[in-house]
Design a protein around this ligand. Structure first.
Ligand code: UD1
Ligand code: CA
Length: 461
């Protein structure tokens, strides 16, 4: 693109057929909103600006927008032409191209947008639209061409004649247009059609009628242009998304055992020779290094894993796991769990806002919250950091090579010094000096013959 490019994303529609209280563009595929997918794709293009047309559920949509995008409110949803016209006051004096997309079309690829741009330039077009040949064109606007194949306009399903309905080439609703030309055409729109709306498609026809060249990129992959109107479509596009994403990652050297059950979000990054087992779900800004195993039915959201990490059937959010660590099965890492290298966490271990040093172990049934755990610390089975007194959270510090015996409570704030030992079953309320053994439990008393005495007492009664 030699000149500047501004994107306009239409996202004001209601999405009635979703039967939802949530604005349609905020429904999700692979843990990201439909609009998020579109914005993620746009993020790969050099753009001078992104305007998102908001209307239905405007506050919610606005709140979901990343920085660098500008919301433009369309107070009444009077049609796609009216929607795009809302940016006119924001683009005064702008002479470049606008890229127009819908916020509910999540699978559109940057490659297709690049192909549109190339065609646009090659043909010196005023507008370049995206189309596809469909076996069943029902519901879409049909592309009308003249005898020489030049695009003349687009007719909506509801306005089409029987002959026009037979056209199988459909408008996918993505356009690249020279802004001054389109702006002028938008200003002439009237809502004289079956839906009483200002159609963006009519503006394209006006541009063609005025003698400007209108180009049309026909994609071989109509799924790219498919919008979400119903929950069934949402599910279908989710499935298609998974297959596509799996193709991309397997081509990059990742093994995905079961693409249909594995979900990898658009922002996720995976290293070579990593294996994703069936049911693995990786979302948000998750980054996984090389040679990792993300075991069956594990879920990671915003997790950073180093290399050679194994995660078995576990649930991790907003956490970091160092090289060579082994997690699970059935571990739970929450916000701010930060593990060093070769950490071992076993079944039913929960970690929140805690750091664990290299080689630390908590093999079974433990809760570590607001804790700083040193290197090679051993956390026994059933250890609990008692971090909450009902009012505030307090810190537990466990220094390098300390050993915390099974079923101990560490009542925070408290420190176990370097190489300190906590006897099993202790409730620790005072700091344990480095190298000391702390026993914090009642002394055991054995009462000889107690069982026989009780039996005798019972028989006399
Ligand atoms: C539109 C096209 C149709 C094309 C189809 C592709 C028009 C008139 N028709 O039809 O040719 O085949 O897309 O999917 O453009 N929106 C607003 N404000 C409005 C109206 C719509 O922001 O006032 C947004 C919607 O939220 C949606 C997008 O524009 O993201 C498309 O609107 P929609 O009503 O779905 O258009 P279609 O009838 O599908
Ligand atoms: Ca639509």
């Amino acid at each position: 693109m030699s000149q500047a490019l501004v994107a306009v994303v239409m996202a004001a529609g209601k999405g009635t057929r979703m039967k939802s209280d949530r604005p349609k563009v905020l429904h999700e595929i692979a843990g990201e909103s439909l609009l998020g997918h579109v914005l993620h794709t746009l993020g790969e293009l050099p753009l001078a600006g992104i305007h998102v047309i908001v209307g239905h559920g405007a506050d919610q949509v606005r709140a979901a927008l990343p920085t660098g995008t500008q919301a433009v409110e369309q107070r009444e949803q009077l049609g796609t032409g009216h929607a795009v016209d809302q940016v006119t006051p924001h683009l005064t004096g702008y002479e470049g191209d606008v890229l127009i997309l819908s916020g509910d079309v999540p699978l559109l690829s940057v490659e297709t947008l690049a192909a549109m741009q190339a065609l646009h330039q090659r043909e010196g077009a005023a507008v370049t639209m995206l189309a596809a040949e469909l076996a069943d064109p029902t519901g879409y606007g049909r592309v009308l061409r003249d005898g020489e194949g030049r695009v003349q306009g687009i007719v909506e399903q509801k306005d089409a004649s029987p002959a026009q309905l037979a056209v199988r080439e459909v408008n996918l609703g993505t356009y690249l247009a020279r802004w001054p030309v389109l702006r002028e055409a938008l200003a002439t729109l009237t809502p004289n059609n079956a839906q009483g709306e200002y159609y963006l498609t009519d503006a394209i026809a006006r541009v063609a009628q005025a003698g400007h060249p209108v180009a049309c990129h026909v994609t071989a992959d109509p799924l790219e242009g498919e919008g979400v109107n119903t929950r069934a479509q949402l599910a279908r596009l989710q499935a298609a998304y998974q297959v596509r994403t799996a193709e991309r990652w397997t081509a990059a050297g990742v093994t995905i055992v079961s693409p249909t059950t594995t979900i990898v979000g658009p922002r996720v990054v995976l290293g070579r020779d990593t294996v994703l087992e069936p049911g693995a779900i990786l979302l948000g800004g998750t980054v996984v290094g090389e040679r990792c195993l993300i075991g069956a039915y594990s879920q990671l959201r915003n997790v950073r894993c180093g290399d050679d990490v194994e995660i078995l059937c576990s649930y991790l959010t907003d956490a970091a796991v160092g090289d060579g660590s082994v997690i699970g099965p059935y571990a739970h890492l929450r916000q701010g769990a930060t593990l060093g290298r070769k950490v071992r966490l076993g079944n039913f271990v929960e970690v929140k806002k805690s750091t664990l040093g290299d080689g630390a172990k908590a093999a079974h049934l433990a809760y570590l919250g607001d804790a700083s755990v040193g290197r090679e610390v051993n956390i026994g089975c059933g250890v609990i950091t008692v971090n909450y007194d009902g009012k505030k959270k307090s810190q537990t510090i466990i220094e390098d090579r300390a050993f915390v015996g099974s079923n101990s409570n560490l009542v925070a704030p408290v420190t176990v010094g370097e190489e300190g030992y906590v006897a099993a079953g202790s409730t620790i309320t005072a700091d344990v000096p480095a190298g000391a053994l702390a026993v914090g439990r009642g002394r055991q008393v054995n009462k000889d013959g107690w069982v026989a005495k009780r039996r005798q007492a019972a028989s006399q009664a």
